[in-house]
Design a binder for this molecule. Structure first.
Ligand code: HEC
Length: 226
């Protein structure tokens, strides 16, 4: 075979290789499966893990006033964020976390046969009232740094309200929605320490915005979350 023949064969092989790899590249571009950007249903969680981190919000917002009118179906969807660890139905198994049937209004550490951390009742009393559940679900590790519940928390007040509105239905006799007295007690406890944007002329002092120009949260003394 002459040198010329060899060159032709070599060129043919080279071109075939280029074509093949181009084809692969193009087909990958064409058929690359579109990945879902997020879970189809996304629950916003608190940013800044657990206790101690500098976070925007220093404590849970009150939600009791929202529960009676909250969207129960949405609450059930939000409970998917818990389902990896919890069952909610009557007689459901304990998993990574305890079964949560009858939990609203019930005692802390309520599920028989579950190995609790045993410290939940040291924070905010022995009962899972709506108010305690709200604070716990906002940031479990801020509520009880020793809790075994490794869950970052549910950021939006509307989401916690919807979740609690649904969770109360997972019971033999659902606890009544929060009373007016419970609602005002919670609001008194969780009210931000900063005064409601008072009209500037009331004090004669220059109005202070609650967001300083440097973007850092206003330095206002706040009560600890628990
Ligand atoms: C990663 C697993 C995990 C996820 C996710 C999780 N939990 Fe938990 N949960 C636990 C564990 C573990 C405990 C036991 C905590 C302890 O003993 O300190 C617990 C305890 C609880 C308790 C107290 C139960 C009792 O009997 O005192 C409640 C209420 C609760 N979880 C609600 C929720 C809800 C609502 C969600 C979803 C928004 C959720 N959890 C998500 C693991 C989880």
């Amino acid at each position: 075979m002459g040198g010329m023949e060899f060159n032709k064969i070599f060129a043919a092989v080279l071109i075939a290789g280029i074509v093949a790899s181009l084809a692969g590249f193009v087909s990958k571009k064409l058929v690359a499966p579109e990945r879902l950007e997020e879970n189809a249903f996304k629950v916003e969680v608190v940013e800044g893990a657990g206790a101690g981190g500098a976070t925007k919000v220093a404590m849970a917002e009150p939600v009791l006033a929202l529960i009676a009118a909250a969207d129960v179906a949405r609450g059930e969807k939000i409970s998917k964020a818990c389902a990896a660890c919890h069952s909610f139905t009557k007689g459901g198994p304990n998993g990574v976390g305890p079964n949560l049937y009858n939990v609203v209004g019930g005692p802390k550490n309520h599920a028989a046969g579950f190995a609790y951390s045993g410290t939940l009742q040291n924070h905010g009393g022995p009962t899972w009232t709506y108010a305690e559940l709200n604070k716990f679900l906002w940031k479990p590790k801020a509520y009880d740094p020793e809790t075994k519940m490794n869950f970052i928390g549910i950021k939006k007040p509307e989401d916690r309200a919807a979740l609690l509105a649904w969770l109360r239905t997972m019971a033999d006799s659902p606890k009544a929605v929060p009373s007016a007295a419970e609602i005002s007690a919670e609001e008194a406890e969780l009210k931000p320490a900063e005064p409601e944007a008072a009209p500037a002329e009331a004090t004669g002092e220059p109005a202070e915005t609650d967001k300083p120009a440097d973007g850092k949260p206003a330095e206002t003394p706040v009560k600890p979350a628990a």
